[in-house]
Design a protein around this ligand. Structure first.
Ligand code: F1P
Length: 341
């Protein structure tokens, strides 16, 4: 995270410098929508990015799996800024989506880790994530850094459009706190490893989160599936009552993402609904949750940056669950470093 922030924050003007972005102020002001495309963890980081762009720059934004977008003959809109997200920069579905967009005359930026990769070359500009090489197949630090890169981009767009200087300063201070807070979360590893041993027996797990917590829930469930092979579902917390509550029972533990935002009370009510069905609950929150059996307590930052911090203990949870099950974590089955077909 230090690396993605380095040299990019300008305290004096409460803004950020994004050298290779290649998007001038006139273009940034005239765009009507942002559409983010990526696969797997890159898609989930894109969901976080879309929320940050809506919150900090007030531009309507959404994320879609590139692997869906490329097959559905989408309407390509000249007033939409498209952003392709990829760790490797080689994922074929994402590259194909970029090429299709370029053919139709769209402007496409990249949020990419590997410098000079195919997606970095094909896009019109963008932000490098500077997460360094991902030594294992699954994306971990790149997911975190991509979320931070989106915070920088959202801040930049927000300052060009209508974000107040005070808000800019608040987010910049929050960004500066991240590396120290991530180090604090890493101190929780032993506690998380102990919790993971309890989850290693689960046949299935449920991950729930609302708004900022939802992409974190999705990514956490993907990490668990990828490396431990435990079945996991991720649901927006408010969707539970539309069917999936039927799955909650003692043998299906739930991980609930409970940030301290204006949805805190709603999130606590969700914990109650799950508890009432005797489901075991692990919460990720800023303070211990009464209804949960255990809470992983993460430091508080600006609410917009919660997804950056709250994903990390759940990467550790997936890692230690897989370790407890004796899985080959760096080479999980059926997963390639960059999916090229
Ligand atoms: C996308 C992705 C990763 C996943 C695995 C397979 O890769 O789905 O999120 O962990 O490596 O590919 P990328 O486009 O971000 O390189």
């Amino acid at each position: 995270v230090d690396r993605v922030l380095r040299g990019r924050i300008d305290d004096r003007f409460a803004t950020v410098r994004l050298g290779g972005l290649n998007l001038d102020a006139r273009e940034a002001r005239s765009m009507r929508r942002v559409k983010i495309l990526g696969c797997g963890s890159a898609y989930h980081a894109g969901q976080i990015g879309a929320q940050m762009i809506e919150e900090l720059a007030r531009i309507p934004a959404d994320a879609e799996p590139a692997s869906e977008f490329r097959y559905r003959n989408p309407v390509v809109d000249p007033d939409t800024l498209y952003i392709a997200v990829s760790q490797s920069g080689e994922t074929y579905d994402t590259l194909a989506a970029v090429q299709e967009l370029k053919r139709k005359g769209a402007r496409v930026l990249g949020v990419v880790n590997v410098v000079g990769s195919a997606i970095a070359r094909e896009t019109d500009g963008g932000v490098y994530v500077h997460a360094g090489p991902e030594v294992c197949v699954v994306s971990t630090k790149c997911f975190t850094n991509t979320a931070v890169a989106f915070a920088l981009l959202a801040l930049h767009l927000g300052r060009i459009r209508d974000l107040s200087v005070a808000d800019g300063k608040r987010i910049i201070e929050g960004l500066r706190k991240l590396p120290g807070q991530i180090a604090e979360i890493m101190e929780l590893e032993d506690h998380i490893a102990t919790l993971a041993k309890e989850f290693a027996d689960a046949k299935s797990m449920m991950f729930v989160g609302r708004v900022r917590g939802y992409p974190v829930a999705r990514e956490a469930s993907l990490k668990l599936k990828e490396i431990s092979y435990i079945h996991a579902e991720a649901y927006p917390a408010s969707e539970l009552k539309h069917g999936p509550l039927a799955l909650i029972e003692p043998a299906t533990p739930t991980v609930a993402i409970v940030p301290r935002d204006d949805l805190l009370e709603k999130n606590r009510a969700t914990l109650e609904e799950i508890k009432a069905r005797s489901g075991r609950i692990l919460a990720v929150a800023h303070e211990p949750q009464e209804k949960a059996d255990d809470t992983i307590v993460v430091p508080r930052n600006e609410p917009e940056l919660d997804p950056v911090l709250m994903g990390i203990p759940l990467q550790l949870l997936a890692y230690h669950t897989a370790l407890a099950l004796g899985r080959d974590i760096d080479k999980p089955r059926n997963l390639a470093k960059s999916v090229t077909v």
